[in-house]
Write a protein that binds this ligand. Structure first.
Ligand SMILES: Cc1ncc(COP(=O)(O)O)c(C=O)c1O
Length: 437
């Protein structure tokens, strides 16, 4: 093993040996090299005369640039737009995102955690966690209502055993099913589990209530208390898009961070959906575990391993995108602008609920509970989801997503309020065509 990896493992081991056990073999081997990037970072601080370290080009003291490039991005300097960002991300962006998370999640005040590491969108963050914490054969516990990329990231790429439980029981989160699966894993003698939870949920648009969130956290802490190492990966892709009073307002991360030495909470979030900048590809990973102070070498070691992993695959994330997101976060209008867009989405969700209340639809589908996010999901009756999707598309020009046998996902985020009723009435017509009703 590389001595730098050994040193990082030692840092983790002496702060909290359970976290070392949670790492995959690959994660244990990983380190950030003292190579070009770290030498160049040292030179940036000290080489006041000439800095001839890095593979960029400069002219007249700024990044060499073509007017045809810079002309497309007025208001951003060549250095901000074109130079490489550090592998963990722009320090100011990391600090600004952390500050935002603390405002959004007051429960995190004073809780020890790493600084967020910038990732190339949330997908990349999930892939990094999979690399660092999942060995072939490890169990990943997740709800059956899930984003269709999870099996690729955890199952195919890392050969995890995906174990799912029914997401809903009646009109709410299936707490008994979830706690039951954790208890079964403990009874099977499993030493480690990776739990993957995503609220607001894709595809259903459901976020647990505060009481349900408390129960979820209690089950996870109970599993850790029982001696299992628990890595909880919280996919907060749609965080902040909460409608009405029911959904819990803070991330599940706030209920788990720093709570138990055998429970490593990882917050994977992103500007992608929250800031409505899908193609900019800016996400973040934040780590927190019980028994490690904020300045613990454990966090530095986890961040270094994450940086090594980023370095090995994509080197670093777009500095132009990071600059754009940072400027937005610093803009005093940001909160008000964001709240206004959440209100637009909430109005659409309310319109979906109003339209679906029509008893005429009862023959064709039930709606799964939804209170947040971009989506809602129908559970179809009699007609298969793929058959209805194809017919609605071919005959009526309506695009939806079929998931499994019965579920049809509707992204109301892409519909104007005035289009929603027509969409559902037409879908119903399409269902009637197929059902011969
Ligand atoms: C639940 C969930 N997680 C992660 C992602 C990926 O986000 P990003 O585009 O930032 O990679 C998505 C995107 O659809 C998602 O629905």
């Amino acid at each position: 093993m590389n001595p730098l990896a050994q040193a990082l493992n030692q840092q983790i081991q002496s702060a909290n040996p359970h976290v070392l056990d949670m790492l995959s073999d690959f994660g244990k081997e990983f380190y950030f090299p003292k190579g070009i990037l770290s030498q160049s970072a040292e030179a940036k601080a000290k080489a006041k005369r000439y800095n001839a370290t890095i593979g960029t080009a400069s002219e007249d003291g700024v990044a060499m640039n073509l007017p045809s490039v810079m002309g497309a991005i007025p208001g951003i300097t060549p250095d901000e737009a074109l130079l490489y960002a550090p592998p963990a991300g722009l320090p100011d962006l990391r600090a600004a995102w952390q500050a935002k998370n603390l405002v959004d999640n007051p429960g995190l005040a004073g809780v020890p955690m790493s600084q967020p590491v910038v990732t190339n969108g949330l997908t990349h963050g999930l892939g990094l966690v999979a690399d660092l914490f999942v060995n072939p054969g490890d169990t990943v516990l997740l709800p059956d209502k899930q984003w269709d990329n999870y099996p690729l990231i955890f199952g195919l790429r890392r050969e995890a055993v995906l174990r799912d439980f029914p997401f809903f029981a009646g009109e709410g989160f299936n707490q008994d099913g979830f706690a039951g699966e954790l208890a079964k894993l403990a009874a099977e003698g499993k030493k480690k589990v990776v739990v993957l939870l995503n609220f607001p949920n894709n595809p259903t648009g459901y976020t647990p209530t505060e009481a349900e969130g408390e129960a979820i956290a209690a089950s996870l802490l109970n599993a850790a208390e029982g001696g299992m190492n628990v890595v909880v990966l919280i996919d907060d892709a749609y965080f902040g898009l909460f409608y009405g009073a029911a959904p819990m307002r803070q991330s599940l991360f706030a209920k788990l961070a720093g709570k138990h030495p055998r429970l490593l909470a990882i917050k994977a979030d992103a500007a992608t959906k929250e800031v409505f900048v899908w193609g900019l590809r800016i996400g973040f990973l934040t780590y927190s575990v019980g028994g490690a102070a904020a300045d613990s070498p454990l966090y530095q070691a986890l961040v270094s391993k994450t940086m090594g992993c980023i370095r090995s695959l994509i080197s670093n994330c777009s500095s132009l995108s990071q600059t754009v997101v940072l400027r937005a976060l610093r803009n005093p209008a940001f909160r008000a602008e964001h709240d206004a867009k959440v209100a637009v989405m909430e109005e659409r969700a309310a319109e979906v609920k109003r339209v679906l209340a029509d008893a005429a639809f009862a023959e064709a589908w039930d709606a799964y509970p939804f209170n947040s996010g971009y989506f809602m999901c129908l559970r179809l009756k009699k007609i298969g989801a793929e058959a209805l999707r194809l017919h609605a598309l071919d005959r009526y020009g309506i695009g939806t997503i079929a998931l499994g046998e019965t579920d049809l996902r509707i992204a109301f985020s892409c519909l104007e309020v005035g289009q929603i009723e027509d969409l559902f009435r037409t879908l119903h017509q399409a269902w009637q065509d197929l059902a011969g009703a």
